[in-house]
Each structure stands twice: as C-alpha cells, then as structure tokens.
Design a protein around this ligand. Structure first.
Ligand SMILES: [Zn+2]
Length: 176
C-alpha cells in the first residue's frame, strides 16, 4: 500500500471508529477505552520519556500512561495506543492478526519498524481527536483572513499546541 493510500485508510479507520463509539466533544479517551472494553492505568515509568504502552490482556487490552504528563498529553497518548490497537494489533478488525499478537511493546528499544508504526499511531490519534470536518469548521468560524491562533484550536479539542498544529499540517491547512 502506498503511503498516501495508507494515510487515507488511517483517516477512514479513525472516522469509522468515531461513528461507532460516538465520543463526546472534546473526546474523553477514558470513556473511549471503557467502550472498547479496555483497561486504563496511570503509571510512573522509570524512563520519563515513555508516554504510554499497550498490552493484550486475554481478549482485551490494557493501556498504561505516564501520570506525570498533562491531561492533554495523556489523552493523545491513549489515542495513540488505540491507534496501535487497531492498526498494528488487529483488535476487532483483524482476528487473525489479533490472535498472533502476544506482546506488543510500544518502545523503540524493543521493536523493529518502530518509526513507521509510531508515525501511523500518531496520525490515527490526530484524526481521532481532531476530525477533519470539525477542524475545518472550527477554522472557518474562528479564523480571520485565514489566520488563527493555534492555541484556540488546541483548547477546542483539548490537545497540546503541537498536536493541533501537526493536525493542521496533515490537513494541508498549515505549511510543514
Ligand atoms: Zn507508539
């Protein structure tokens, strides 16, 4: 699959999961994990650069996230792990893959192909937390002469400034 096809597939997946779960606005990732029958746990990681991890637990999963991080950052981390869950572990959508997954370790120390999967999980998180239509509508309603204070977007979606900016770049609204 070419990378732009893959990009579209990730957008479509995030959208279809949103349609089924119908999350609140801004998205409450705790609720999302609950709806997906997963467990969530705050943790203090020895390595403070680790934001979170995901494990398969029986037929479901557990996400741990760094309790030192802000709620906005943790929300993104959890959405990122949900990206791994569907894209790289096959939860619900690819039973064969799901069956074959025993350990999924979200860390560059342990896995090959880490950077591609990281990039994809981040893309999923951005699309899930900031749907294209909502993002564009917000910009239309709150921008002035095609300019907007990005912190307003971040606040609207309850994400970090960087996450809001990156999503806008992906959508072709801001320059890379
Ligand atoms: Zn990851």
């Amino acid at each position: 699959m070419s990378s732009s096809k893959r990009y579209q597939a990730i957008e479509a997946l995030a959208e279809s999961i949103r349609k089924q779960l119908y999350p609140s606005h801004p998205v409450d990732m705790q609720e999302v994990v609950k709806s997906l029958k997963g467990e969530l746990q705050e943790e203090s990681f020895e390595d403070s650069t680790i934001s979170g991890k995901i494990e398969k637990v029986g037929d479901a999963f557990k996400i741990s996230y760094n309790k030192e991080h802000s709620p906005q950052r943790s929300g993104f981390t959890i959405a990122h792990e949900i990206g791994h869950l569907f894209l790289h572990m096959g939860y619900i959508i690819d039973p064969e893959k799901w069956d074959s997954i025993n350990d999924y370790c979200d860390s560059p120390k342990y896995r090959q192909g880490y950077s591609v999967e990281e990039y994809e999980a981040n893309h999923f998180a951005g699309a899930f937390l900031m749907p294209k239509d909502d993002y564009e509508n917000f910009l239309r309603e709150n921008g002035h002469n095609n300019k907007i204070d990005i912190s307003l977007i971040a606040e609207h979606f309850n994400v970090s400034f960087d996450a809001a900016l990156t999503r806008g770049k992906w959508l072709g609204i801001f320059d890379w």
